[in-house]
Design a protein around this ligand. Structure first.
Ligand code: EPZ
Length: 423
């Protein structure tokens, strides 16, 4: 397993391009199952999560070609049983369920495992697909869904105890595109990645309105066609580099971002005392480190609120921001694995009942730390950028799941980062 070694104290300068969104790419790749025609998807980031999804689609029988960021997929001949071992390794593979069920009238998908950020139930996904007429059975760790007479439109409320479900909304929306009649999804997730999927589906000939709001209406059609699509920018990667620039940068510029998708992230960075300047088009921004910094109170929320996927990175920034900060994660109350590692580096953080109370310290110090999940790993890299000494981050495969060439991008900005093979 590779390690990253980050030598703290260098200043970041210059500009990088943000990659296409991992969390938009995954359901869009799965949506290609809904047609037997070619789909060409551009700006798919080269990360292990998208590689897993491509492996799953290939194992289902899809013909897949990838050249740099462009993926061509043809699902003319696909099976209805997803490979157990592959699916169980990545939670997001659950989003093949909706399209497979709609295309084949049956699907077998392994129950996704939980992960360190919390229990990852799929009850809302199943509530929605059952409402469309699917029969749900569990056996040998698999979920088997069948709809012998096809799917029919329904009114469905997808709200859960922690708010809407992103992939649950995706699954139901994809299945409903080929259902007989009209489906209404109430309490839908409104993330930009859900809207990007809806745009992809509409380009295939689906009839979806309201995506990006809490109420999505899908009028079923009989078939969908192949399409070409470019994935939206990764707002979480952009937010992560925004935090890095606030921590250790001098006028760092990020290209290929989308201002409207990053309002809550930008607001949090500015509230703590830094300045973010977007160009007129809103697709580039420059981050200026502030002089008078202060702690902030943050509570994660479904889009357009502050994203849970940026909680760990902001905690790393606030660990050396003067003052007290309170960070609550209402979506994944257990998503604080990074705090124990940050405390190893000297951070002053108390975690209790889904909330982290951070007292900013002057500077962190390097320590051997361990990545535990995708965003926690990114938080450790951020913390290491200004820490005294060289920080070794083990199990860096977690970072490679969702950040395309993060060490190369940091090196381009002048960070002293090296990737070493673990012996
Ligand atoms: C998506 O996961 C993202 N992943 C996650 O990003 C992100 O953290 C999450 O949405 C929340 O924004 C992808 O898009 C691939 P949810 P998803 O269903 O859809 C509960 C990253 O770092 N819930 O929106 O799986 C659930 O436990 C990843 O890139 C149910 O109770 O998350 C959570 O508390 C991590 N029942 C809340 O809803 C269900 O059936 C939101 O989960 C489904 C979810």
């Amino acid at each position: 397993m590779d390690k990253l070694i980050v030598h703290g104290g260098t200043t970041l300068r210059g500009a990088i391009n943000i990659s296409g969104s991992k969390n938009a790419s995954l359901p869009i790749l799965a949506a290609s199952l809904l047609t037997g025609e070619d789909c060409i998807i551009r700006r798919v980031p080269d990360v292990s999560d998208t590689n897993y999804m491509i492996q799953i689609l290939s194992a289902l029988g899809a013909d897949v070609e990838r050249s740099s960021g462009t993926v061509r997929i043809n699902c003319a001949e696909v099976m209805d049983e997803a490979p157990y071992e592959l699916v169980r390794r990545m939670r997001a593979s659950i989003c093949v369920m909706g399209p497979l069920l709609a295309r084949k009238g049956r699907c077998v998908v392994s129950l996704p495992g939980g992960c360190v950020i919390g229990d990852r139930p799929v009850d809302l996904h199943l509530r929605g697909l059952e409402a469309l007429g699917a029969k749900v059975e569990f056996e040998c760790g698999n979920i088997t869904l069948t709809a012998k007479n096809g799917l029919r439109g329904a009114e469905i409320d997808l709200r859960g105890t922690h708010g809407p479900t992103v992939l649950g909304t995706d699954n139901v929306m994809m299945a409903a595109t080929l259902a007989d009649g009209t489906t209404i999804i109430e309490s839908a997730a409104a993330e930009p990645e859900v809207l990007d999927l809806a745009n992809f589906l509409n380009a295939m000939g689906a009839k979806i309105t309201g995506a990006g709001t809490r109420r999505i209406v899908i009028e079923g059609v009989t078939s969908l066609r192949g399409v070409e699509h470019t994935v939206i920018p990764d707002r979480i990667e952009a937010g992560t580099f925004m935090a890095a620039a606030a921590l250790a940068g001098e006028g760092v510029t990020l290209h290929r971002v989308c201002r409207d998708q990053m309002k809550a992230i930008t607001a949090a960075i500015e509230q703590s005392g830094h300045r973010v300047e977007f160009n007129a088009a809103g697709d580039s921004c420059t981050i200026h480190r502030g002089e008078n910094l202060q702690g902030v109170d943050l509570s994660t929320a479904p889009f357009p609120g502050y994203p849970t996927d940026m909680q760990a990175q902001m905690t790393a920034l606030l660990a050396t921001t003067p003052g007290i900060s309170v960070i609550k994660d209402t979506i994944f109350p257990q998503r604080f694995m990074h705090c124990a590692e940050l405390k190893r580096m000297g951070a002053d953080i108390k975690v209790d009942n889904g909330t982290a109370i951070v007292r900013g310290v002057t500077r962190l110090s390097a320590a051997p730390v361990m990545a535990s999940d995708l965003r926690a790993s990114a938080a450790l890299v951020l913390a290491a950028l200004t820490a005294k000494g060289s920080t070794e981050i083990a199990r860096v495969y977690h970072i490679d799941r969702g950040y395309e060439h993060i060490d190369e991008k940091l090196l381009m900005l002048g960070a002293a980062v090296e990737r070493v093979k673990d012996r």
